[in-house]
Design a protein around this ligand. Structure first.
Ligand code: C2E
Ligand code: MG
Ligand code: MG
Length: 707
């Protein structure tokens, strides 16, 4: 914009200059021609002024036929000097001898003629030729008998310009005729002096007019050549070039400059404004592009950018015949920490992990965050050993506690790695392989690295099949419930835990450990949960003993959970006080409004709450109190350890005392031996569940002991 405005002004100025120059040039040429013509007209006038005195019968008598100097004094020298400014008068006879000379009206010596001699002699042949060719004297229409025969020229010497006119003495009305030929000639000299120049200048309105022996090629001056009889310029009349275009331009310049300044300011303003807008646009575009390709929390490349880099890395690896590793990372305990410490701590943790990954990777590697606690590392130019080393470095680094504002936290990471060699492969496929390997790493217990192997595809395929089949099984209500009794020290049945089973036509009895996580991942958990409540209520309606029902943390997080449950309570007219909801510690960690609201409502309706797998999670005393848990179930792993680990006694003892202190019931799960039971009793635990008492049994058998 700025440039355009400047260019426009420059163009305008250029056009103006070119135009004025052109106008001025043509004006000057015209003026020069006019002055030249004016000068020759002036010479004509000078010449014409002599005619009445020389083309005169008296002159024929007194100058030619009879030489009469006194007459010449009066009628030529004095008269012409006084009236026509003629300064020199000379008479030359037929033999071209100077017979008379006068200067400024007074007779002088004949050598006054010398300065003009050459130029006069140059003119005489023409005069004589005209005289010889003159027709006979006879009156013309005007009454005179002869046309004037004259020649004129200019001389220039010592800065003095003279108009020299040579006139043949002739009769006018023929009252006297020349007796001899050739007749005398009269030479008159009129100086073109300063006065004449000034008069000429006034007549043509010229400034600073002066004579110059040479042409002046300087700017600002105009000139007209003054030519002698042969047409040769012998002097120049020079004057100041008016340059009307230029003076017009100068007169216009002030307002024009003002206008241009205003225009310039306006265009400058526009330019600045649009430049600001443009730079804003560029900046916001860059910001948008950055946002589009970067994760806002860590500033790491996001999924889109990661795919872009992966695509490039793949094609470069293919070109150069190198290998490329892609690592998919998932933080093992991120969710728990996020839930327990809040999103701010979660964000801080993600930021720290991003920093750690950045430090562990080379500049040529790409660390990207796909969202949540998922990261991807693209490692170009590597080998199987190199990729394993990097994955291991990451694994080790994330095993160490990470310092947050809140304090140090321990996470760990599961890594799925795939190594891509030669051959065309789609970036999506690469990521899928790494993801599959990650899945395997998590399934195998987290905090480990799994390399992708083609067999994993088969496992994945099976998972997908299983998911489809589970969906179908739920639709067909093809799942079943079994019940595992719980008893006190004396063997009295205190309650039963309902456990879901999937009798699969081909795979046999699929255990819940296999399909409950699958249901959680695929969203089928809500249907599964509803199925369990419906089936348990239906089957246990008339039972006297308390029945425990397992609920997944995901179910509790659902706002629809309670309405579903209330509907079923009403439908089967069951008493909530006879049911116990088993939740895991992770459900409580969420401490999100929905979970807390659901637990409050469960309690309000009369359900009791048992904390399942107690000791494996992170619940603190305060969470136990806050959620008004009624019972804790000591996890199987502690019970099993009672026989192998001496310290396990102390731990179980502590849990039991904690429960007693908080006025909670305490039950031990997975009690398989008498020894375990004896030890539990010695720790103060009085209720047991496990194969020692009974394996989970079918509904019909359970009904017999529960009634
Ligand atoms: P859980 O709630 O801790 O259930 C106890 C598990 O321990 C049951 O496994 C049971 O069969 C097993 N068990 C009981 N006594 C012994 C013993 O003495 N020794 C050993 N080794 N194991 C024993 P199951 O039925 O395979 O269930 C596994 C898990 O699946 C359950 O753990 C529970 O978390 C989940 N689950 C089962 N049924 C349901 C359900 O209806 N809904 C939901 N959401 N989860 C369920
Ligand atoms: Mg349970
Ligand atoms: Mg359990």
């Amino acid at each position: 914009m700025h440039f355009v405005a400047l260019a426009a002004i420059a163009l305008l100025a250029l056009t103006g200059t070119v135009l004025t120059t052109q106008v001025d040039r043509s004006d000057r040429l015209r003026e020069e021609r006019m002055v030249e013509a004016g000068f020759s007209q002036r010479i004509d006038e000078i010449a014409a002024a002599v005619v009445p005195q020389v083309d005169w019968d008296d002159a024929v008598v007194h100058v030619g036929n009879r030489f009469d100097p006194a007459w010449i004094d009066r009628n030529l020298a004095t008269y012409l000097h006084a009236l026509n400014g003629v300064t020199g008068v000379f008479v030359l006879d037929g033999e071209e001898r100077v017979t008379y000379a006068a200067g400024n009206g007074k007779r002088t010596a004949p050598d006054a003629f010398t300065p003009y001699a050459a130029s006069v002699r140059a003119q005489l042949p023409a005069i004589r030729a005209a005289e010889a060719a003159r027709p006979r004297f006879a009156p013309r229409a005007s009454g005179i008998v002869a046309e004037p025969i004259q020649s004129r020229t200019i001389t220039y010497a010592a800065g003095r310009l003279d108009v020299v006119v040579v006139s043949l003495v002739q009769p006018d009305f023929g009252t006297a005729l020349p007796r001899r030929t050739p007749a005398p000639v009269v030479v008159t000299v009129v100086p073109f002096d300063d006065v004449a120049v000034a008069r000429f200048a006034a007549r043509y309105e010229l400034d600073d007019v002066h004579l110059s022996p040479r042409a002046i090629v300087e700017r600002g001056w105009a000139q007209a050549p003054l030519r002698d009889q042969s047409g040769r310029p012998i002097a120049w009349l020079v004057w100041r070039d008016r340059a009307p275009g230029q003076s017009l331009m100068f007169r216009l310049l002030t307002p024009l400059l003002c206008l241009l300044t205003v225009l310039g300011m306006i265009s400058d303003m526009f330019y600045r404004r649009s430049a600001a807008i443009a730079s804003d646009l560029i900046a916001s575009e860059a910001r948008a592009r950055h946002l589009a390709y970067h994760d806002t929390l860590t500033q790491l490349p996001n999924r889109a950018m990661m795919f872009e880099r992966l695509r490039r890395a793949l094609s470069s690896a293919r070109r150069r015949g190198t290998m490329l590793a892609v690592h998919c990372l998932d933080l093992d305990r991120f969710k728990e920490i996020n839930d327990a410490l809040g999103h701010q701590a979660g964000d801080e943790l993600i930021g720290k992990v991003a920093d750690i990954l950045g430090r562990l990777c080379r500049d040529t590697d790409t660390v990207a965050r796909l969202g949540g606690d998922e990261f991807v590392v693209i490692q170009p130019d590597t080998t199987a050993v190199g990729s394993a080393q990097l994955a291991d470095r990451i694994l080790q680094a994330l095993r160490r506690p990470i310092a947050l504002d809140f304090g140090p936290v321990e996470i760990s990471v599961s890594i799925g790695t795939t190594l891509v060699g030669e051959g065309e492969i789609d970036p999506n496929e690469v990521l899928r392989q790494a993801d599959l390997a990650l899945h395997d790493a998590k399934e195998k217990g987290r905090d480990r690295i799994t390399f992708f192997e083609p067999e994993m595809d088969a496992a994945m395929k099976m998972r997908r099949e299983l998911e489809v089949e589970l969906r179908k099984a739920l639709q067909d209500q093809a799942l079943e419930m079994v019940y595992q009794p719980q008893s006190d020290q004396r063997g009295t049945i205190t309650g039963l835990e309902s456990l879901v089973r999937w009798p699969h036509p081909r795979r046999g009895l699929v255990p819940p450990a296999m399909f409950v996580p699958l249901a959680e991942e695929s969203g089928l958990i809500y249907d599964l949960g509803e199925f369990v409540f419906r089936r348990v209520f239906e089957e246990t309606r008339g039972w006297q003993k308390k029945v425990a029902i397992n609920v997944s943390a995901l179910q509790l997080r659902s706002p629809e959970f309670m309405s579903m449950l209330s509907r079923l309570v009403a439908e089967f007219r069951v008493d909530p006080a006879r049911y116990e909801i088993e939740i895991t510690e992770t459900a409580l960690l969420g401490d999100d409004g929905v979970t807390r609201g659901n637990i409050d409502l469960l309690k309000q309706q009369g359900f009791t709450i048992a904390l399942d797998d107690f000791g494996t999670g992170y619940s603190s005393l305060s969470t136990l109190q806050r959620f008004k848990v009624d019972k804790i179930k000591i996890d199987r792993s502690f019970v099993r350890n009672l026989e192998v680990d001496a310290e396990a006694d102390a731990l179980v003892d502590a849990i039991v005392h904690l429960g007693q202190a908080l006025d909670l019931k305490v039950i031990a799960e997975g009690v398989e031996t008498e020894n375990q039971r004896a030890r539990l009793v010695s720790c103060g635990c009085t209720i047991f569940q496990g194969y020692l008492i009974s394996r989970p049994i079918a509904m019909r058998d359970a009904a017999l002991i529960a009634a």
